[in-house]
Design a protein around this ligand. Structure first.
Ligand SMILES: [Zn+2]
Ligand SMILES: [Zn+2]
Length: 317
């Protein structure tokens, strides 16, 4: 099969062996896949991953109870048997693999092996180009799943890129005081067109007034900036995974008693219902699409300034 493989660099492999399924897994024929910041970080060395990249996908199950039907898949492959899984935290299973991120081949390929338990059926009315956003939309819904938010809370999303946009759309439905702070006028304009308040980073007063600041910058400057905006006893939510180590002064976190909350994968059911119900609009987010065979170029393009989501067309229409 064809695949986009990360070794020391990213290569297109037209003759990659098909993935082997373990007893809990089924094969999914990938239709469309999305490139996310994590993929770009993996290429830079994050997690030391080697294998087929890709964890945002929609496809058709080739076997199992959903055979022949359109599916999306959660990315954490958990054991469901250990203490952590049994306590209800399977996404933190210490034995897990993660599609396209940790010890498991991913979705930038004709076929991906996915645990049947991870699959969700895609509602018929949801086109592939919308369903492919399920994973990042679920990640955005993880914020309210972890942190109770009130209408009156003042929330800032730092970052106007792919994930920042989705976090903003999710939070706009929850708080009346949302501000997205970014560096790209055209990306901010897209959010403004959806009725969301925006500001350029250079124009934002460091007033330390926000109850919650979400860092979705994909940059190691995000956390220090968040700490300049959050109020004492406020919360900083980290949605960004950055390759390499970050150094910064932690004393302000202690002095101001800031809660720093990491936030990763979220609820697929909520994401699918939000996409199907039109609560989240991804139509403005697709910047470009490439064939799988041009995947190296697609990853390069996804790094370009001003680009939001880049899709890979994998199955022929
Ligand atoms: Zn992702
Ligand atoms: Zn487990």
């Amino acid at each position: 099969m064809r695949a986009l493989v990360l070794t020391d660099q990213v290569c297109y492999d037209a003759a990659r062996p098909e993935p082997l399924c373990d007893r809990n897994e089924v094969l999914v024929g990938v239709s469309v896949a999305g490139i996310c910041e994590t993929d770009l970080q993996l290429v830079k060395g994050y997690m030391g991953f080697r294998g087929v990249l890709g964890h945002e996908f929609v496809g058709i199950a080739r076997s199992g109870p959903y055979e022949g039907r359109r599916v999306v898949g959660e990315i954490n492959c958990s054991c469901w048997d250990c203490e952590t899984c049994r306590r209800g935290f399977p996404t933190h299973c210490p034995h897990r693999t993660v599609l396209g991120i940790l010890n498991h081949d991913g979705a930038f390929a004709d076929l991906i092996a996915v645990p049947q338990k991870n699959l969700h059926l895609v509602p018929d009315e949801l086109p592939d180009d919308v369903a492919v956003f399920t994973e990042p939309v679920a990640a955005a819904y993880q914020i309210p799943a972890q942190l109770p938010l009130a209408r009156a809370d003042r929330v800032i999303v730092l970052g106007d890129g792919r994930l920042g946009n989705l976090c903003a759309q999710v939070l706009a439905g929850i708080t009346d005081h949302l501000l997205v702070v970014g560096k790209h006028p055209e990306k901010l304009a897209l959010l403004a067109s959806q009725g969301i308040d925006t500001a350029m980073l250079s124009d934002v007063e460091r007033s330390r007034a926000a109850d919650v600041v979400v860092d979705a910058t994909g940059s190691d400057s995000g956390l220090p900036t968040a700490l300049e905006l959050v109020r004492p006893r406020g919360t900083v939510v980290l949605k960004t995974t950055v390759a390499g180590a970050q150094t910064m002064a932690w004393a302000p976190v202690v002095i101001d008693e800031i809660t720093v909350m990491g936030s990763r994968c979220g609820p697929f059911d909520r994401a699918l219902s939000a996409l199907a119900g039109g609560e989240i609009d991804v139509s403005g987010l697709i910047s470009a699409r490439f064939e799988l065979s041009s995947g190296v170029e697609a990853l390069e393009h996804a790094r370009t300034k001003g680009v939001l989501k880049v899709l890979l067309d994998i199955a022929p229409e």
